[in-house]
Design a protein around this ligand. Structure first.
Ligand SMILES: Nc1ncnc2c1ncn2[C@@H]1O[C@H](COP(=O)(O)OP(=O)(O)OP(=O)(O)O)[C@@H](O)[C@H]1O
Ligand SMILES: [Mg+2]
Length: 305
């Protein structure tokens, strides 16, 4: 299963949530691969604590591969290469966790038939090797998005299951922007249709994930005054109405990740020790990530919503 992780705005939680989803899948024994298609800023290495590639790799990453200069992009075994000790002591029975990094300073580049062909070859080959491939796309109506829409419309990818998760914050601007990225002019559906996708089928493969959501009823909010809690509740209902109007509402929702201090400040993989031993991360956050990791691979979660 390939998941294209996208968002209209930057800073939505796409990479932090996506990396944690790949990690959770690997913990559950699945082979997971994170592909950094954020061409302008491929910094996923930082989340996996891969110091040497925290801003991309040098000359052997996805940019160089898609431009046709190498036969295979670099593949990094996160369990073995991470500088974070808590991750290197991986539990027994975990699956593979691989990062395919972009190139440092690679930048955006327009789609071209050879780049699309190489993208197809990469995705087909990864699909044979991994249970979950999470492709972190550059935000907005990006070249990265166009390349993968062209690739997935190609007949040689017909047998590969590919879905889309649009990440957004639980705010007015983000809700409107996320809806626009999918349904708006030159959005994912328009661009997909242009490249040969069936609009209705593509739309059924797209779901939304809300990130860094503040829950008025959570215990961490116990310090808020009653007036603030009541006001938050009103805001929440207004946002729900706005989400429904923008087709980003409950019917198209795949998950909600709560606001978590460790994700906010440290942008890291949340280990079970962060929750139960160090008690720095919230249990609710890890439960939400676990739940989303399961739903992403479960076809029923996507159908009939
Ligand atoms: N669940 C969360 N709780 C609190 N803060 C979060 C959460 N998820 C993400 N963040 C914060 O949001 C910031 C942006 O997250 P992230 O880098 O994943 O977004 P992005 O959409 O990949 O951004 P970019 O477009 O820059 O690649 C992070 O620096 C982190 O501080
Ligand atoms: Mg990112």
């Amino acid at each position: 299963m390939i998941i294209f992780a996208t968002s209209d705005k930057g800073g939505t939680g796409r990479s932090v949530t996506g990396s944690n989803l790949a990690y959770r899948q690997a913990l559950q024994g699945k082979d997971a691969c994170y592909v950094d298609f954020d061409f302008g800023s491929p910094t996923a290495g930082a989340i996996f604590d891969l110091g040497e590639v925290q801003a991309g790799t040098d000359g052997d990453g996805l940019h160089t591969y898609l431009e046709g200069n190498i036969a295979q992009p670099r593949m990094i075994n996160v369990w073995a290469e991470t500088q974070r000790e808590a991750l290197r002591n991986r539990p027994a029975g975990v699956g593979r966790l691989t990062l395919v990094p972009g190139d440092r300073g690679g930048g955006e580049f327009p789609s071209s038939p050879p780049a699309v062909q190489r993208c197809i070859e990469l995705l087909v080959s990864l699909d044979e090797q991994y249970d979950l491939i999470l492709v972190d796309l550059s935000a907005g109506r990006s070249y990265a998005t166009e390349i993968v829409l062209e690739a997935t419309a190609h007949p040689s990818m017909a047998g590969v299951e590919a879905r889309w998760v649009v990440f957004h914050r639980w705010t007015r601007q983000h809700i409107v922007a996320a809806g626009g990225l999918v349904h708006g002019t030159k959005g994912i559906l328009d661009t997909g249709e242009l490249h040969g996708h069936d609009r209705g089928i593509l739309q059924e493969k797209i779901r939304f994930v809300r990130t860094a959501v503040l829950d008025p009823s959570a215990s961490e909010q116990a310090g808020l005054r009653p007036e603030q809690l009541a006001w938050l509740d009103v805001c929440n209902r207004r946002l729900q109405d706005l989400a429904a109007q923008n087709r980003v509402g409950r019917v198209h929702l795949l998950g909600v990740i709560p606001l978590d201090p460790v994700l906010q400040w440290q942008e890291q993989l949340l280990t079970n020790d962060d929750v139960w031993l160090h008690r720095t991360a919230n249990e609710r956050t890890v439960n939400a990530l676990e739940d989303l990791a399961k739903r992403i691979l479960d076809i029923d979660s996507w159908e009939g919503l």
